[in-house]
Design a protein around this ligand. Structure first.
Ligand code: ADP
Ligand code: MG
Length: 697
């Protein structure tokens, strides 16, 4: 076996290991749990737990942890050792089925959005057997869901699993109508392309803004940015290449199928794309990928920045969420077919996505809303805050022909009739790819490009799965009672295209014309998080989530509250960091520089009779003095703006205030500070510049 073959999955208690290590009947029973969601028997769990422990200990493990994904968006863990003391004073290594299935972390400090009072602090974690346990740093990691004792969901995994189940149920209903009775379940599949920046650790250590907030709050543009377009797909520098190699190896050991790596558009920006997996695994694996990016970067004297907008003036980072539907037989339901029958099924699934995205465009927007992502969406950077879909010219023309009942191209004189005629060959979109679209069909999958680089992909995929489940449920309700299946199918598809085609846009999403056109079409444009998030609790969405058993009303409300709070807290921390840097570092540095200029001017004064002038020094002193007066004024304004936040109780009002007042004051303060940076000597400037940060690796 080759190097990477041996390595791949070597730290994972995967199917192969289970097959080797578990008695046949236990293995079979566990597979039933994994594939069909059957409850696990405690006797089975005991055997599995013991096998896991032996496997882990052989590889040097001493602890286990229930690994979960609270609503902070990152992962959480608490380690327990396998040690169990014996009466004779010795210890043995033990791990029971009970410990595998259920854990009870003291979880009172995780955000619950009011779902769980702190006095009943205990939540519990429950094993998710569909995601393999793995070994990391001497600990056995068991992927788990996290709930309160009242049964309310406190994490991101549980609703994701629920949304996958809803989608599977509804897709199965539709598939049955097309005669597919051999399919047991339908999974959504995801490949999440991850963008990130790498900067030198020494420069990072000198930037409080990046340390506290993940992004630069000050910084004049460097003379060179991304204008030469010389970084995208450029040669990877040795230090970065060494990082990428080690990262790949770490990920492969954990069974994470890291596949593609390259330089991105902005200087110091890179991307990693994995091979797609079931959404649940893709989510766990993306969390681990982000964790290892940070960890491995440090080993190479660098820091990995996952923030959506670490630097003004160059591209920010996103996460392209490639999404499709696959049956357990491995058939991709968004792959255009070759027979009339397959075509009809494909078009119906496609229409389900079109209908879903149009009807729930706001929900998709909400699923990617955060203070960090506001710097990309709706801020003249890819993609805009308006949700629309790209289908490519051919597919759009085909849908148009179906809607109007006319022939497509000149290829046939017959009307297009779904389920009867062979559709024209639908070419895989490779050439006319639209990089500006927030939601693009790319041949056999959709690419949702609005997701921010720091996000857990659980949130956006919960929404995607649920809204498509809803469309499919609508279609199934109608078609299950059809007298003439083909007739009804045709009219349903026509009706869907007619009603929802406004969401399809193949043009340039960055243009001003599109903003106007979208408004004419009645598409929404929620430019900021403050506008988007409060809509999350609308009755329409609560009904949707409750119907598909994804969230209860209380769960939606708690999630919304957490997200709104987090938006305010993020900007609050940024504002305080700016005030700190201005007062403690920038202003004193400018004073020092002015002092040195003044001393120079004074020293030169005695030489004035010899025709030597101090005009340059004085002009610069004047300029810097004026700017520093402005700096002090803007600092006062920001100080007052921050104080104002304490007077507001209503969360929506608060969010708007943070956006309109605090954030605006921050921008004004930054403009002055950056102007000072441009005019100050680098000897006195207290932080590494954009040039240092972006070009030093
Ligand atoms: P590109 O976007 O450069 O054309 P690919 O289309 O090969 O590259 O893949 C982009 C991402 O989409 C990869 O992470 C890939 O695994 C993922 N992907 C490919 N097919 C599917 C699918 N059926 N479902 C979900 N993700 C997919
Ligand atoms: Mg792509």
């Amino acid at each position: 076996m080759s190097y990477s073959n041996d390595m791949f999955g070597s730290m994972v208690f995967n199917d192969q290991v289970m097959h080797e290590r578990l008695p046949k009947d236990i293995y079979k029973s566990l597979k039933q749990t994994i594939l069909k969601g059957k409850d696990i028997d405690i006797a089975v769990a005991n055997v599995v737990a013991n096998a896991m422990k032996d496997w882990a200990i052989e590889r040097g493990a001493t602890h286990y942890t229930h690994w979960f994904q609270p609503m902070t968006g990152i992962t959480a863990e608490k380690h327990d050792s396998f040690i169990s003391p014996q009466p004779d004073g010795s210890v043995i290594m033990e791990f029971s089925g009970k410990e595998l299935i259920k854990g009870e972390p003291d979880a009172s400090s995780f955000p619950s959005g009011g779902l769980r009072a702190t006095f009943e602090a205990r939540g519990y974690t429950a094993w998710d057997p569909t995601s393999y346990a793995f070994l990391k740093d001497g600990t056995l990691y068991i992927p788990t869901a996290f709930c309160s004792y009242g049964g309310e969901v406190l994490d991101k995994k549980t609703p994701l699993l629920r949304s996958m189940e809803a989608l599977s149920n509804q897709a199965l209903r539709v598939l049955k109508l097309f005669g597919a009775t051999n399919v047991d379940n339908v999974n959504s599949t995801v490949g999440a392309e991850q963008e990130y920046f790498l900067i030198d650790k020494k420069s990072y250590d000198e930037r409080k803004d990046i340390i506290f907030t993940g992004r630069t709050l000050f910084g004049a543009k460097s003379p060179k940015g991304q204008e030469l377009e010389d970084h995208y797909f450029g040669t990877i520098k040795p230090r970065v290449a060494a990082f990428m190699k080690e990262l790949d190896e770490e990920l492969w050991k954990l069974g994470i199928p890291a596949k593609t790596k390259h330089n991105e558009v902005a200087p110091a920006q890179h991307e990693l794309a994995p091979i797609f997996e079931t959404t649940n695994l893709a989510t766990d694996h993306n969390q681990l990928t982000m964790e290892f990016m940070k960890k491995v970067a440090l080993r190479h004297g660098m820091v990995c920045l996952l923030h959506e907008k670490p630097f003004a003036g160059v591209n920010g980072s996103g996460k392209h969420n490639n999404w499709s539907l696959a049956t357990n037989k491995g058939v991709n339901l968004l792959e255009p077919g070759t027979s009339p029958h397959e075509n009809a099924q494909f078009i119906l699934f496609l229409c389900a996505v079109i209908k879903a995205v149009d009807e729930y465009q706001d929900l998709l927007r909400i699923s990617v809303a955060s203070a960090g992502n506001d710097h990309r969406l709706g801020a003249n950077e890819a993609p805009p805050a308006i949700v629309s879909m790209f289908l490519g010219t051919e597919l759009t023309e085909i849908l148009d022909a179906i809607e109007k009942g006319i022939s497509y191209g000149n290829k046939s004189s017959e009307f297009m009739k779904i389920g009867v005629h062979v559709l024209p060959h639908i070419p895989k979109d490779t050439t006319d790819r639209n990089r500006t679209s927030p939601f693009a069909f790319t041949g056999n999958k959709f690419e949702f490009r609005m997701v921010g680089s720091t996000f857990s992909i659980a949130g956006p995929n919960i929404i995607l799965n649920t809204i498509v489940a809803e469309s499919l449920s609508y279609f199934a309700d109608k078609l299950e009672n059809a007298d003439n299946f083909t007739e009804l199918l045709n009219s349903l598809i026509k009706e869907t295209i007619k009603k929802h085609k406004r969401i399809i846009f193949n043009g340039n999403n960055y243009s001003d014309e599109w903003v106007k056109e979208a408004e004419k079409r009645g598409l929404s444009n929620l430019r900021t998080t403050a506008q988007a998030l409060p809509l999350f609790t609308s009755q329409k969405y609560v009904d949707l989530f409750e119907k598909h058993n994804v969230f209860t009303k209380a769960e939606v409300e708690s999630r919304c509250e957490i997200l709104c709070e987090s938006y305010c807290k993020t900007i609050h921390i940024e504002a305080l960091t700016m005030l700190d840097m201005t007062k403690k570092d920038i202003f004193p540095a400018v004073c020092e520089y002015i002092k040195s200029l003044t001393e120079t001017a004074l020293a030169k004064k005695s030489l004035c009779d010899d025709g030597i002038t101090t005009e340059a020094e004085i002009a610069l002193i004047k300029k810097l003095s004026n700017l520093s007066k402005c700096l002090v004024d803007k600092t006062d304004l920001l100080d007052k703006a921050v104080l104002g936040t304490y007077e507001i109780d209503d969360i929506i009002e608060k969010m708007n205030y943070y956006h309109d007042t605090v954030f605006t004051s921050m921008q004004e303060l930054r403009a002055i500070a950056d102007e000072l940076e441009i005019n100050a000597s680098s000897k006195y400037w207290p932080f590494p510049t954009y040039g240092d940060l972006l070009f030093n690796v």
